[in-house]
Design a protein around this ligand. Structure first.
Ligand code: NAD
Length: 489
């Protein structure tokens, strides 16, 4: 029995959540929510804009100056922990809605997206009570100490690929630092954010602390958040070009910004690495979540002596991946997010062919899956470093593989991009691992692994892959303001 049947979860219609109440848009506007696994309409979503964002910001400001601002650190921590507990209590429901919205396999939603979402609250609930601030005694002249305060009302703008995981990655530390929030999920994936508001209410979070406005980006709820004069900071995850638009809108009121943007991440394999281990992880770093993860290693570089052997094993394992119904427990690769994205990624496969690339496997819709947006995991070789598929973020189940001869050459190729989010490198040579890692231009570098996260560590991108870091103390640096108090002795 599939998880969907087991939990009997039905898609939900999505309303805004403003000042503790679910509500439709003031003008009653809605848009359709499409199931990517079938292409069919499965519900409606309230379409918010400036008016709804205004109401949400007013509620958030009142809550900041009211009960939330007055709550003790311990009580706030307990409440944040409770949100995590309630997510776990409703884990199957969350997982089913996440898979209905995104098309990803439900085992993945359950074991990664939802489990990590709950952990985001548990982690920051613990972290917040262990922090101190700086103090300096300046001879017998003065004592300086810093106090930490919330930034204020924070706007959260989120993408569709890991909807609840990334939303809670921002919301949990924002609340832990004492802020109030106005959140906008991606228009493609509104359901788990909506369910989260029920959990937030049930956890006893005061009205107005967390608000949710659904809608689109440009000329819609996203733009209204970006330019709202009473929002103090924006944390955004999404495409690099959207980051530019938000920055322009936010510039007028000089908001604090934290950005997690696109990537075109290298996966560098030296010939001395254990190839079976490399292939097992490379399958994940290439195709998990249909390749729709900002951290996916979409440019694979293999040292020449291992190139043929690697390709043989990689192609064979890729062909074994079961593609299909997100609710079938055997499915490894589900449906892509929607028609537009499916067509965009398919176009890249055509571009690769036009630029002289060879498709070793994949490249088309799987046979028998006529409805929904399914694409076979695709491996492309024979492209040079200037090919568009090597340079541009595709954000689907598509990787390029290229051979290399020297360390210097592969470092130069890996860094030849305006992105700088993550990189993986595989070698059993300890010195080389340290040497190469220090030269790769990326915010996160994995050696002999991928996607292994410790939430205390800095997470973010260099170059056009982001601004700032989140995680542990770094999250608090963004979500709080420090004031230094100097007392003359
Ligand atoms: P997107 O930029 O199209 O949309 C993200 C969000 O921004 C959505 O909620 C959208 O409605 C909103 N938006 C769009 N235009 C806007 C505007 N002009 N003003 C305000 N809001 C606007 O991104 P996406 O397609 O949802 O997500 C995929 C992208 O996200 C990829 O580039 C991927 O690499 C990136 N991503 C990065 C990370 C990271 O941690 N660095 C994580 C996940 C995804």
């Amino acid at each position: 029995m599939s998880v969907q049947q087991a939990t009997n979860v039905k898609p939900i219609n999505c309303l805004h959540f403003i000042n503790g109440k679910h509500m439709p848009s003031l003008n009653g506007k809605t848009f359709d929510n499409i199931n990517p696994a079938t292409g069919e309409i499965m519900g409606t979503v309230a379409e918010g804009g400036k008016e709804e964002v205004d109401l949400a910001v007013q509620a958030a400001r009142r809550a900041l100056n009211g009960p939330w601002g007055q709550m003790t650190l311990n009580d706030r921590s307990k409440m944040i922990r409770r949100i995590g507990d309630l997510i776990l209590e409703r884990k199957d429901e969350f997982a089913a809605l996440e898979s209905l919205d995104t098309g990803k396999p439900v085992w993945l939603s359950s074991s990664v997206d939802i489990a990590r979402s709950a952990y985001n609250f548990h982690f920051f609930a613990d972290y917040m009570i262990s922090m101190g601030t700086e103090a300096y005694q300046q001879d017998n002249v003065a004592i300086n100490y810093a106090i930490r305060r919330p930034v204020g009302v924070v706007g959260l703008i989120n993408p569709w690929n890991l909807p609840l995981l990334l939303l809670t990655w921002k919301l949990a530390p924002a609340l832990a630092a004492g802020n109030t929030a106005v959140m906008k999920p991606a228009e493609w994936t509104p359901m788990t954010a909506t369910l989260l508001t029920e959990v937030i209410r049930d956890a006893g979070v005061p009205d107005g602390v967390v608000n949710l406005v659904h809608g689109f980006g440009p000329n819609s709820a996203g733009a209204a958040i970006s330019e709202h004069p009473d929002i103090d900071a924006i944390t955004f995850t999404g495409e690099t070009k959207t980051g530019t638009a938000i920055m322009q809108a936010a510039a007028k009121t000089l908001k604090k910004l934290s950005y997690e943007l696109g990537g075109k991440n290298p996966n560098i394999i030296f010939a001395d690495a254990d190839l079976d281990e490399v292939v097992e992880t490379t399958i994940k770093s290439s195709f998990i979540n249909q390749g729709e993860v900002c951290l996916c290693g979409s440019r694979v570089y293999v040292e020449r002596p291992a190139y043929e052997k690697f390709l043989e094993k990689f192609v064979a394992k890729t062909k074994e991946l079961v593609i299909g119904d997100p609710f079938d427990p055997n499915t490894k690769v589900g449906a892509m997010i929607g028609k537009e994205h499916f067509e965009r990624v398919s176009e890249y496969i055509q571009i690769a062919k036009d630029e002289g690339g060879t498709i070793l496997t994949g490249g088309k819709r799987p046979e028998g899956l006529d409805k929904g947006y399914y694409l076979e995991p695709t491996i492309i070789t024979g492209l040079n470093r200037n090919a568009r598929c090597v340079r541009e973020e595709i954000f689907g189940p598509v990787v390029t593989v290229q051979p290399f001869d020297t360390e210097e050459e592969v470092i130069a190729q890996a860094n030849d991009t305006h992105y700088g989010l993550s990189a993986s490198l595989w070698t059993n040579d300890l010195r080389r691992a340290h040497r190469v890692a220090a030269k790769l231009e990326a915010g996160i570098i994995w050696v002999n692994t991928w996607f292994l996260r410790d939430l205390r560590t800095p997470f973010g991108g260099m170059k056009q892959s982001g601004i700032g870091r989140e995680g542990g103390m770094h999250s608090f640096e963004f979500y709080s303001e420090l004031t230094n108090i100097c007392i003359k002795l």
